[in-house]
Write a protein that binds this ligand. Structure first.
Ligand SMILES: *Cc1c(COP(=O)(O)O)cnc(C)c1O
Length: 391
């Protein structure tokens, strides 16, 4: 979003729900069409070669993708947004801000794909990382090295929903001139806007809540400052990790209902978490909205909601498999954040690559299930889970 656009439309002052529908490009200026046109074009005609058009080649810029990029920048409160072919494309492109010889501090329960990227690809290119428990600021501080250049956060984390104090980590990072990045996939800008707490780059797997319908793979990044935006632009164009125009359009289609979907799912997630918490046959329930959730107070300081993901431990791998086999409503799958509920089994899905003892240490036990609550009636979801738990 350019400064000019912001001032002209006054979009920044509006409430989030209004921004979701009126983000600046929702009406096609050429025809008045009620959605952003899909500019299915790879290149753009130069009417006058000395006066090139705004967009000249779709990897470098396309009006449909640009509309999405301005949209996410507005929602996150940043200066510039970027759309990529997947969440991992957003994250890997952003990591190219670092150079060989640099070191970064990363949250230990980072998304599995990010862990794989850091430990099996970027390490070969001379970018090293230290994984720490980011709920403990002393551990973050202790990981600082002379070549540390960045800190990477994810809060709440996956799947045990641990909370990092965004402002505290960011303030410390700034003292040491470190770039701060945060994966905001679980909260979305509706509940958490890390740039307001000083974070430099916000990242998303838009495949999840932003897209919201399990039908599009996409990633987004938002820069806090123009110079970071410029660097990300150069990387996105240079690496060519851009999102296609069909997906850009589909993602904007999904994002318009973000607040309505999140509100419904969160309400249901709170009911589900409380119901699970009251059952003697459930070992543990992880949900930031529960009174005894560690980090709840910090979470409430930096977020306006608790989200739609509830993890719980049914006691054993046997029982987890029984539940997975017996549920009839949720999709049993990898992924989260959709209109339909999704039940996943971290030990065998997202965290299968992690050594068993590391998994145990981090609470990713064989009995742990992760429930991403969709838009079904909560009574039906609970009745279904109840029959699955009974076996
Ligand atoms: C899914 C996910 C990613 C990766 O996104 P893709 O779109 O699958 O590439 C990154 N971070 C988090 C927290 C995720 O849930």
């Amino acid at each position: 979003m350019t400064e000019h656009n912001k001032e002209q439309n006054g979009h920044d002052a509006r409430k989030f729900a209004t921004k979701l529908l009126h983000f600046g490009s929702e009406i096609d200026s050429a025809t008045g069409a009620s959605s952003v046109p899909i500019y299915q074009a790879s290149t753009f005609h130069h009417e006058d070669v000395f006066n090139p058009p705004v967009h000249d080649y779709s990897r470098s810029g396309n009006p449909t993708r640009q509309a999405l990029e301005d949209y996410i920048a507005l929602l996150e409160g940043g200066v510039r947004g970027f759309a990529y072919s997947s969440g991992m494309a957003a994250i890997s492109s952003t990591f190219m801000m670092l150079s060989a010889g640099d070191h970064m501090i990363v949250t230990e329960d980072v998304y599995g794909g990010t862990y794989r990227l850091l430990t099996s690809i970027l390490n070969r290119h001379g970018i090293e990382s230290t994984f720490v428990d980011m709920t403990d600021l002393d551990q973050v501080k202790a990981a600082l090295k002379p070549n540390t250049k960045a800190v990477y956060m994810e809060t709440p984390s996956n799947p045990t929903l641990k909370i990092t104090d965004i402002a505290a980590v960011t303030a410390w990072a700034k003292e040491h001139d470190l770039l701060t990045m945060l994966d905001n996939t679980f909260m979305t800008p509706y509940y958490q806007r890390p740039i307001e707490h000083g974070v430099d780059i916000v990242l998303h797997s838009a495949t999840k809540f932003l897209g919201g319908h399990s039908d599009v793979l996409a990633g987004l990044a938002v820069a806090r400052t123009p110079s970071i935006g410029k660097a990300l632009k150069q990387l996105q164009n240079g690496l060519g990790t851009v999102l296609g125009v069909q997906e850009s359009w589909l993602l904007m289609r999904g994002m318009k209902t973000l607040q309505a979907r999140m509100n419904h799912s969160e309400q249901s997630a709170a009911v589900l978490a409380a119901w699970l918490n009251g059952r003697p046959d459930i070992e543990r329930v992880y949900y930031p909205g529960l009174l005894d959730h560690p980090g709840r107070e910090i979470h409430e300081k930096q977020s306006t909601g608790y989200g739609a993901v509830v993890s719980f431990d049914v006691g054993s791998g046997e029982r987890a498999k029984q539940v997975l086999n017996k549920v009839r409503i949720p999709l049993v799958a990898v992924s989260l954040g959709a209109v339909e509920s999704i039940l996943s089994y971290p030990a065998m899905m997202s965290h299968a690559a992690m050594p068993a003892e590391v998994r145990q240490e981090r609470g990713i036990t064989d009995g742990l299930l992760r429930f991403s609550v969709g838009l079904e009636d909560i009574d039906d979801l609970i009745a279904d889970l109840d029959q699955a738990l009974k076996g």
